[in-house]
Design a protein around this ligand. Structure first.
Ligand SMILES: [Fe+2]
Length: 272
């Protein structure tokens, strides 16, 4: 079984005169005869566009497109009357949103996941205090979640919510191989390294070491997929292959502005 892995497709930001990303993903799926694709969040900061994008991928390709929300996906900028919780709930109307629950592939494999959040553990705690990180502002640069992610809960509480949910699901499937999907990073290796002075601070908002530590307690987690940082990296630790595989913004693509070419470069596959 061939599973495609991709994240941070940002169809809104990458939109030119039309959506150039979704057709490229569909073509890649067909060309490579994939059986499933996993998108680890940041499809768009507009829940209606997210839903139509994911539905379009499934309709065009006839394969399951599993998804977890990213931080951009729950931003309220286009729906200021809603909270992020309301948007998070609306995204659950997509049946293959893993926030709804695990997706059992077969007797041997299950996919579990959700957005995840951050607890500042990836920031440089020798230089910054908890209160410094809580400001979410480095010089003039404001971490946009502090304005646009309206959970009405603390960052730590959000992280704890997703940790508890992940732990329960890991316990449920100790008899299966697991693919864990989070939008945020579970290991420090995928943060900006070595960090510039700004990233000594901003790395705090990329994830939590607790996700990685939890995942590594379960050697039946064979893959841990994440996104968020717009890198394409892999690292095997013990039995688990950690994968961060982002398409990212068009202006980040190296010497290329052709979506079809970049999707083909970015989209990686795993075989199970
Ligand atoms: Fe992103």
């Amino acid at each position: 079984m061939k599973i495609g892995i991709l994240s941070d497709i940002h169809v809104d930001i990458n939109f030119t005169d039309k959506d150039i990303i979704t057709p490229s993903i569909c073509n890649n799926i067909k060309d490579n005869a994939l059986d499933m694709i996993i998108i680890a969040g940041d499809v768009a900061s507009n829940y209606k566009l997210i839903l139509t994008t994911l539905e379009e991928i499934e309709k065009q390709t006839n394969i399951p497109c599993l998804y977890v929300p990213g931080n951009h996906d729950i931003w309220v900028e286009n729906y200021p009357e809603k909270t992020s919780w309301e948007i998070y709930e609306l995204l659950k109307s997509y049946p293959h949103n893993l926030a709804n629950g695990p997706y059992v592939i077969n007797n041997d494999w299950v996919v579990i996941g959700d957005l995840g959040w951050y607890d500042f553990s990836f920031g440089d705690s020798n230089k910054y205090s908890f209160d410094d990180f809580s400001n979410m502002k480095y010089e003039e640069r404001v971490w946009q979640d502090s304005i646009k992610a309206v959970w009405n809960k603390s960052t730590q509480d959000m992280h704890r919510y997703f940790m508890d949910k992940l732990e329960k699901q890991l316990k449920m499937y100790q008899n299966k191989n697991i693919i864990v999907v989070t939008h945020v990073l579970p290991i420090i290796d995928f943060t900006v390294q070595p960090p510039s002075p700004m990233w000594e601070y901003m790395n705090a908002f990329l994830g939590s070491s607790e996700y990685g530590e939890l995942i590594l307690k379960y050697p039946n987690v064979k893959y841990a997929v994440s996104g968020h940082v717009h890198y394409r990296k892999r690292k095997k630790i013990n039995e688990t292959e950690f994968i961060c595989n982002c398409l990212g913004y068009k202006n980040e693509w190296y010497k290329n502005d052709d979506a079809e070419v970049e999707v083909d470069k970015a989209l990686m596959t795993i075989g199970i």
